[in-house]
Design a protein around this ligand. Structure first.
Ligand code: PLP
Length: 397
């Protein structure tokens, strides 16, 4: 009998929606014109990009001219941070300080970029988080200095699902900006939030916002950077006037069409949120009840959590072994960020939340999505205790 395969790793990537694929197909087959070409072949692909851009703009409640298509959210994070710092640096006098405020729990695309900029003399403040994975707004207020150029805070964390109070942060930065000469810009990595939370960039007072198509049932290899009109930014890839001269290179037309379609399908309703939350609560209750020595690493209040990501720690079990054994049992889960799962370092997010290394190493991320069923959750709850028991016996704990 072939084992059922159960995908519970939607935070790593989501399956491509078949309707999205259908919209993409013509641009992989018959509609192959270069969007920069003047002829009809070029016109039809250029129009397709325009339409996708409109759809993204509608989702973010912004202008289409403020949308830049990139090759990934990692690239968008890089463009937001490096590109804006590059532009701001050019406006400064020699010796002027360059300052970024970010958090200790950002995705590596933000953290490694900031670390790299530190090597070039940029000062970076990494805000701590509490045991609930949330930053303290007074800390943030205190760290925004007259010379601060950029604040970069992720909307929702990809490992534990903690949701930062982005609206309040936007307001704080906006208030501070009223009383100082040098403007502080606000970047938000909204990759994990897009399916669930308000992404209206005006309401949230965001200047730069990152999204990824493959986290919203679109194709891999397409990212978005929203750039508020007037935000200083320079390209990292030069060589053409594509994407408002912010990202040279012939566009990934099919991917962009897929992104447009995927984003227009996001329901982002309270009902969808509640439905997903109920499924996740079922999972949490089942795991905590059936597996002794298990705990959840997450904010205490439901409104501070994503409805689809849950991070557990299982005392005395190594997370990597758990992922491998569950994989053999037919379940795809993760220890945290897919990008760091090959490096056997404890999660920087869990360490920042105050977990000791041993507990951080015993963590497991389960993330649900629109195709997750109650039956899948039931199966997982049934199999997990046996797997944890087996691994505890092997490790002698
Ligand atoms: N930011 C966050 C919060 C993520 O979860 C991810 C992917 O896991 C990324 C950025 C990078 O996305 P991409 O794979 O499109 O580069």
């Amino acid at each position: 009998m072939s084992r059922q395969k159960t995908y519970l790793d939607y935070a790593a990537t989501t399956p491509l929606d078949s309707n999205v694929l259908k919209k993409m197909m013509p641009y992989l087959e018959t509609k192959y014109g270069n969007p920069s070409s003047i002829h009809k072949f070029g016109q039809e692909t250029s129009e397709a990009i325009d339409m996708a851009r409109e759809k993204v703009a509608k989702f973010l409640s912004c202008k289409a001219t403020e949308i830049v298509f990139t090759g990934s959210a990692s690239e968008s994070d890089n463009l937001a941070i490096r590109g804006s710092i590059k532009a701001l640096k050019r406006k400064k006098q020699a010796g002027d300080r360059v300052h970024i405020v970010t958090t200790k729990i950002e995705h590596k695309a933000v953290l490694e970029t900031c670390k790299d900029l530190e090597r070039d003399g940029v000062r970076v403040t990494y805000l701590p988080v509490g045991p609930d994975g949330l930053i303290n707004l007074d800390d943030l207020r205190a760290e925004i200095l007259p010379e601060t150029d950029l604040v970069s805070v992720m909307y929702a964390n990809n490992e534990v699902g903690a949701v930062q109070p982005i609206k309040k942060i936007g307001q704080i930065i906006s208030d501070i900006n009223k009383n100082k000469e040098h403007h502080t810009y606000f970047h938000v990595d909204a990759v994990q939030a897009a399916n669930w939370l308000n992404c209206n960039v005006d309401e949230l007072k965001i200047d730069l916002l990152t999204l990824s198509a493959h986290k919203i049932y679109g194709p891999k290899g397409v990212g978005i950077l929203y750039v508020r009109e007037g935000t200083p930014i320079l390209p990292l890839i030069t060589g053409g006037s594509h994407e408002w001269s912010l990202r040279a290179g012939t566009e990934n037309v099919a991917g962009i069409v897929g992104m447009g379609e995927a984003i227009s399908k996001i329901k982002n309703t309270k009902a969808e949120f509640k439905k997903m939350e109920a499924l996740k609560d079922k999972l949490v209750v089942g795991v905590i009840k059936n597996v002794q020595g298990s705990k959840v690493n997450a904010p205490r209040k439901p409104e501070d959590r994503l409805p689809n990501i849950v991070n557990f720690s299982f005392l005395g079990v190594e997370g990597e072994s758990l992922v491998i054994t569950l994989d053999q049992e037919g379940f795809a889960v993760s220890t945290g960020s897919a990008c760091t799962s090959t490096a056997l370092l404890p999660s920087h997010v869990l360490i920042a939340m105050g977990l000791i290394e041993l507990d951080a190493h015993s963590s497991l991320r389960v993330s649900l999505g629109k195709y997750t069923t109650v039956a899948e959750i039931d199966r997982f709850i049934k199999v997990l205790p046996r797997v944890v028991d087996k691994l505890r016996k092997i490790s002698g704990r």
